[in-house]
Design a protein around this ligand. Structure first.
Ligand code: FAD
Length: 386
């Protein structure tokens, strides 16, 4: 039996794998030489927020990238102001769209909607989609790898792991879980996103992309507390949430507590092993504080696509130099973003009051000194540009 050959095979058709497939398809004249292996048997692109109710804050840089790929989710809502505070301590800061002279700081989309938009764009791109079966690298050598896809085997000169599962060298269990819920505010504020640090973990209240009169809540706390909240009646959950968040939006009436995600840090140090590379959550799974995971994953995909383009266009005969360059170029951005989210999630989640007072001063300084606020905000909003 002959084995089908591809130049590039991407294992995992989530947001980062799909975005990479689209970028590579644009770069080369023969998109059918790229395979995207997606375990989910999604066929009609009708997205199902009940299956994955996550909402994602997408920064300006990621939005521009996704729009350029014709893969922007139509159901999105703009973030115009970001309010950062900590419960029980002084200090808060507001990042405003006017600081950057832009119409919006970022957007909120539903994971399911964005995934559907990307899947549809890949379908139209000419990339070969192998759907409904998991892919696994069987063996790799200096010229590529053999990959099992269900009962079949394919061969690719370059394999990209984008399956969302980091085979990590560095791990941390945050002993936190994120509970996702939708809530209706008695005093809603259009375009405002809130990040509130509590000594249980960060609590984000965002505009909801699917319902203009609702908020999307991402509440990080101990796993025990998260499962207890999930079991509560909507009334009790609403009171607990409003107590924790404060009165900025009035009373937050929860519609339905939906899902609990356990939170861990998993970081793979080496991104490239021979002709195999990793991107997105397969390279680093982070704490959701400050909403950086997918934004970072999309930057992985964009840098990798840039470095494979010369080889795909046959200007160079080997992808090895491009893969090496990709690994080097991702070092600073990955380290910075992983460290920032890791530090933020642990620093505030301490019962010791001293760090909270220091953080209060920090927020106060950020609020009063735009020169301090701008670099942090720029990294959060646009990502590091190299
Ligand atoms: C509660 C929460 C809130 C978050 N909020 C934000 C936010 O506000 N902003 C942000 O930027 N990020 C956020 N994130 C992170 C973001 O969800 C991830 O970074 C992003 O989904 C990673 O995309 P990915 O494509 O790398 O992986 P995934 O989304 O995990 O997709 C991987 C895909 O690969 C498929 N797959 C798995 N194994 C195989 C296999 N063997 N073969 C083929 N296919 C396979 C899976 O079915 C899946 O479709 C949040 C995460 C959580 C948990």
């Amino acid at each position: 039996m002959s084995i089908k050959n591809f130049r590039v095979a991407i294992i995992g058709g989530g947001p980062t794998g799909s975005a990479l497939a689209l970028m590579l398809a644009r770069a080369c004249k023969m998109p059918e030489q790229i395979a995207l292996i997606q375990a989910d048997a999604l066929t009609n692109y009708g997205f199902d927020p009940n299956k994955d109710p996550r909402v994602l804050a997408i920064n300006h840089g990621s939005k521009v990238l996704l729009e350029s790929l014709d893969a922007w989710s139509t159901q999105s809502v703009a973030i115009e102001h970001i309010h950062v505070s900590q419960k029980g301590y002084f200090g808060r800061t507001v990042i405003d769209r006017d600081d950057f002279k832009v119409a919006q700081l970022g957007c909120v989309v539903a994971y399911a909607g964005l995934h559907a938009a990307l899947s549809e764009a890949v379908q139209a791109s000419g990339v070969e989609i192998l759907r409904g079966q998991a892919g696994q690298v069987l063996a790799h050598d200096a010229n590529g790898a053999d990959i099992s896809v269900g009962a079949d085997t394919i061969r690719a000169q370059v394999v990209i792991q984008a399956d969302g599962i980091a085979q990590a060298d560095k791990t941390r269990d945050y002993t936190q879980a994120a509970i996702i819920a939708y809530a209706r505010a008695s005093h809603p504020k259009k375009g405002w996103a809130f990040e509130r640090f509590t000594n249980e973990g960060p609590l984000a209240v965002l505009p909801h992309p699917l319902a203009p009169d609702q908020q999307a809540v991402v509440w990080c706390c101990s796993p025990e507390r998260a499962y207890a909240l999930k079991q509560m009646s909507c009334g009790d959950f609403s009171t607990a949430l409003t107590d924790m968040f404060g009165a900025r939006l009035g009373f937050l009436r929860v519609e339905a507590p939906v899902s609990v995600f356990p939170l861990t840090l998993n970081v793979k140090q080496k991104l490239v092993d021979g002709r195999c590379a990793v991107i997105g959550n397969a390279a680093q799974t982070m704490h959701p504080v400050a909403g950086q995971g997918l934004n970072l994953g999309l930057r992985d995909a964009a840098v990798l696509a840039r470095h494979l383009t010369a080889w795909l266009c046959e200007a160079t005969t080997s992808p090895d130099g491009g893969l090496k360059q990709f690994e080097q170029d991702r070092l600073i951005d990955r380290n910075l973003t992983v460290r920032m989210t890791d530090t933020m999630s642990r620093f505030f989640a301490t019962k010791n009051p001293l760090p909270h007072h220091i953080a209060g001063l920090g927020l106060f300084a950020l609020d009063t000194l735009p020169a301090l606020r701008m670099p942090l905000a720029r990294h959060l909003l646009q990502g590091l540009r190299l």
